[in-house]
Design a protein around this ligand. Structure first.
Ligand SMILES: N[C@@H](CCC(=O)N[C@@H](CS)C(=O)NCC(=O)O)C(=O)O
Length: 215
């Protein structure tokens, strides 16, 4: 199997964390051609996004589908609880992440330069993102990992996005953890996990390279 991967991508990191947690022998391959919108990559993944998993001939796009597939295929160690209720709790967080938390932050990526940014867009997206952080603060477990004492797919979804939130927030005048004590405690705890350490270190290296103009 191989994962079409970009180290800086929070969604690709979301799937890399699952691969690292499970110790899977999945090859990380770069996006072919000139990048995500290249015709070469469109032949492989018409959605033109990363990640995409080539599961021995079956092309699986979408990080959440990839993660659930890997969980089904390689259930040990488990990243979903056994009970339907426990599984629902994890999926509430992963869906919240994909549909509501991440999009306003993503909308800020193109607004990094204070000289060219659209202040109206920045204001709206920062307000929306902070509201989502408030909602996450209510949702996240108190102590331990995102949904309790076990590390799950919920942590894999949240950690890469919170890497961006904590690193890029100050450029937009906010601190993601401020006023969010449960989230702050989770953030400290989740970064002790070896898979998370590795995935976030890869993101940090890629971010530094991009900021140096080295990519
Ligand atoms: N819903 C997708 C989102 C993936 C996504 O947006 N990936 C970004 C990189 S973080 C990307 O490929 N962007 C290129 C594009 O949208 O054209 C998933 O969960 O995999």
């Amino acid at each position: 199997m191989k994962l079409y991967n970009v180290n800086l991508s929070n969604f690709a990191t979301k799937s890399r964390l699952v691969i690292y947690e499970k110790g899977l022998n999945i090859e990380m391959v770069p996006i072919p051609g000139a990048g995500l919108s290249s015709p070469e990559y469109a032949q492989i993944n018409p959605l033109g996004k990363t990640p995409a998993l080539d599961a021995d001939g079956l092309l699986i796009p979408e990080s959440e589908v990839i993660n659930e597939y890997l969980e089904d295929k390689y259930p040990t160690p488990p990243l979903l609880p056994k009970s339907p209720e426990g599984r629902a709790k994890v999926r509430i967080v992963t869906r919240f992440h994909d549909l509501y938390l991440e999009p306003p932050l993503r909308a800020l990526f193109g607004q990094m330069n204070p000289k060219t940014r659209d202040e109206k867009v920045v204001g709206e997206k920062v307000t929306d993102f902070k509201r989502r952080l408030d909602q996450l603060e209510k949702m996240i477990a108190d102590g331990g990992f995102a949904t309790g004492s076990d590390f799950t797919l919920a942590d894999c979804a949240l950690a890469p996005t919170m890497f961006f939130a904590t690193n890029l927030g100050p450029a937009f005048g906010f601190k993601a953890l401020e006023g969010h004590p449960k989230l702050a405690a989770w953030w400290t705890h989740v970064q002790t996990r070896p898979s998370v350490k590795k995935g976030l270190a890869e993101m940090a290296e890629a971010l530094a390279a991009m900021q140096r103009g080295g990519r």
